[in-house]
Design a protein around this ligand. Structure first.
Ligand code: PMM
Length: 267
């Protein structure tokens, strides 16, 4: 399952605000769909470290027209939001998946919106807003703690009336996590898979890949030159049992997945 990223923000780290206006955003969403994305993940609030929060009205203003147009064009849309009101309005506009980077923690009414919509809900591992990220990235055992914290978010969702088959989990790479934490989670993805829910994996273009590929001077590899590394994470995550990936360059990742599927089919 491929989630194609469409950030309708002026300040995203990964695509630099290229799709802040309606027309280019819709065109890019359609292009990602044509390149093989199963779902277009539309977000209106940047989650990059240190990003200022946008208010709910502004977030809705950015995403709703894009959700409406892509859905009307027959594209499946997921809404990347932690706000229940934005999720509800996006569902009304045609979105069929809620991608909540806070795993239901940021807005206590999100669970009831998702329960009554009956749609899939991505519960990402999260410990607080991006500005607190560095302080929150403290673990004795990141794999065990992320697994147990996700289990608690799943239990809370089920208690709130969300059905088992609506739930998707996500390790939340880079969210309250250092590069080392991201690698530990990637290397032990089976621990999350063992919870029994589909696992979505979002490594695309993230800064730990930039750090891995840094020049000798220590300068991180620029965001637009992290694609081969992203593709490697995609294949390795799927081999480890992930259900889906959230990526910016859909074509490159879709091609790699086809290679993996062809090889698997020939076993
Ligand atoms: N990462 C970002 C935003 N939304 N949603 C999920 N489920 N998983 C992620 O890892 C995730 C996300 C931040 O990356 P971006 O700025 O490239 O969108």
């Amino acid at each position: 399952m491929i989630f194609g990223v469409l950030n309708v923000t002026p300040d995203s780290f990964s695509d630099g605000g290229r799709y802040a206006a309606l027309e280019p955003a819709v065109a890019h969403g359609l292009r990602l769909g044509a390149e093989g994305a199963d779902v277009i993940d539309v977000g209106g609030e940047s989650t990059r470290p240190g990003a200022a929060r946008v208010d709910e009205t502004e977030e809705a203003r950015r995403v709703l027209p894009v959700v409406r147009e892509l859905s009307a064009a027959g594209v499946s849309v997921s809404i990347d939001t932690s706000r229940a009101a934005v999720a509800a309005a996006a569902i009304e506009a045609g979105a069929t998946i809620v991608n909540d980077v806070s795993g239901g923690l940021a807005d206590p009414t999100m669970a009831s919106v998702v329960a009554s919509a009956g749609c899939p809900w991505v519960l990402m591992h999260w410990r607080g807003h991006p500005r607190d990220r560095a302080r929150l990235a403290a673990y004795d055992d990141v794999v065990v703690e992320v697994r147990d914290e996700l289990r608690r978010r799943v239990d809370a969702a089920l208690r709130a009336g969300v059905a088992d088959d609506q739930i998707i989990i996500d390790p939340g790479l880079g969210f309250a996590k250092t590069a080392e934490h991201n690698w530990r989670l990637s290397a032990n993805l089976g621990e999350l898979v063992s919870l029994g829910y589909p696992v979505l994996f979002g490594a695309s273009r993230k800064s730990y890949l930039g750090a891995l590929l840094a020049a000798e001077t220590g300068t991180p590899r620029p965001v637009d030159q992290r694609e081969p590394a992203t593709v490697a994470t995609t294949v390795l995550a799927l081999v480890a049992g992930a259900w889906g990936v959230r990526v910016h360059d859909v074509r490159a990742n879709a091609d790699a997945i086809r290679v993996w599927l062809a090889m698997r089919a020939a076993r």
